[in-house]
Write a protein that binds this ligand. Structure first.
Ligand code: FE
Ligand code: FE
Ligand code: ZN
Length: 294
């Protein structure tokens, strides 16, 4: 069965319940959220009663909680030696929050080496991840390293780098990968040959390590190292290629999450994009439909 959803908002008042209600509107059966603003570390106390209510609503709407994903904030950069303890401490708190919420998957940008060089950067990521995972007893959440576009000095831009990180993590059980189609395109992978990408990935890391796929079209051409998401079918990757990835047999049990831009910055496109994906048919009038029906 197709497991599809989108990034949704998380607010102080409704917390997880708000995420579920928003996902139901989109006819999604999973979702991803930030536990606070992605750019800062302000986090609200998780309310147990709200979580229980949210779990109930998920059950009623066939949302399997084990497919729900949290995205760690961008400000965590395990490469950066100047605020290494800030990043590891915050990641540890985030991992704890996920455990308290019962979340199984936490997506993390591996980091940017900011001039330290690739090798040093990768080794700092490994050090940070080991520190966090080794010091979180009874952890039930897997950290999924996201494939990155190569904007600036980002690491995790190719399978070899991700393999190097994973191979050096002590707690292999709690580390995995989140593919992002826009990032893969921008990093130089031709998604028309997605099967050969997966084949290589399987040889180096193992397909079973893929815990999430971010489904985004790209505003830029292959190898642009830009990272600007486009709506489904309106970018350089294209609808048919994205559909093939979404319905790839090897990734059937992996949640697919849309992180495409709002239309005119105000209208969420997810209900319409999810509908196109379920129907496997591109809607030429997507943008107008979204504007008219909102
Ligand atoms: Fe991301
Ligand atoms: Fe992403
Ligand atoms: Zn991105």
């Amino acid at each position: 069965m197709l497991i599809i959803g989108s990034h949704v908002g998380f607010n102080k008042k409704e917390q997880l319940l708000g995420c579920v209600k928003e996902s139901i509107k989109y006819k999604a059966n999973t979702f991803m959220f930030y536990t606070g603003a992605p750019q800062n570390t302000k986090r609200t106390q998780i309310d147990k009663n709200i979580t229980i209510e949210a779990l109930k609503l998920m059950k009623e709407n066939n949302i399997n909680y084990s497919n729900v994903v949290v995205h760690a904030p961008y400000i965590i950069n395990l490469c950066n030696e100047n605020n290494f303890s800030f990043s590891t401490n915050f990641l540890m708190e985030e991992l704890e929050r996920c455990n308290n919420l019962g979340i199984k998957k936490l997506v993390l940008h591996p980091g940017s080496h900011i001039g330290l060089g690739v090798e040093k950067g990768l080794n700092n990521i490994i050090k940070g991840l080991n520190q966090v995972l080794d010091n979180t007893p009874n952890n039930n959440t897997t950290i999924l390293l996201e494939t990155m576009s190569g904007k600036g000095t980002e690491l995790g831009t190719n399978t070899e780098q991700l393999k190097y990180i994973i191979d050096n993590i002590h707690d292999r059980k709690h580390i995995g990968i989140c593919l992002d189609t826009c990032h893969l395109n921008d990093a130089g992978y031709d998604l028309n040959n997605f099967n050969s990408y997966l084949e290589e990935f399987d040889k180096l890391i193992g397909i079973d390590k893929i815990g999430c796929v971010h489904i985004n079209d790209s505003k830029n051409s292959i190898n642009a190292h830009k990272d600007r998401h486009a709506n489904i079918g309106l970018g350089t990757i294209g609808f048919d290629t994205l559909i093939k990835i979404i319905y790839n047999k090897n990734l059937e049990e992996v949640p697919k999450i849309l992180e495409t831009p709002y239309i005119d910055k105000i209208y969420p496109p997810y209900k319409y994009e999810i509908n196109m994906i379920r129907e496997k048919t591109f809607n030429n009038n997507l943008i107008n439909d979204i504007k008219l029906k909102n």
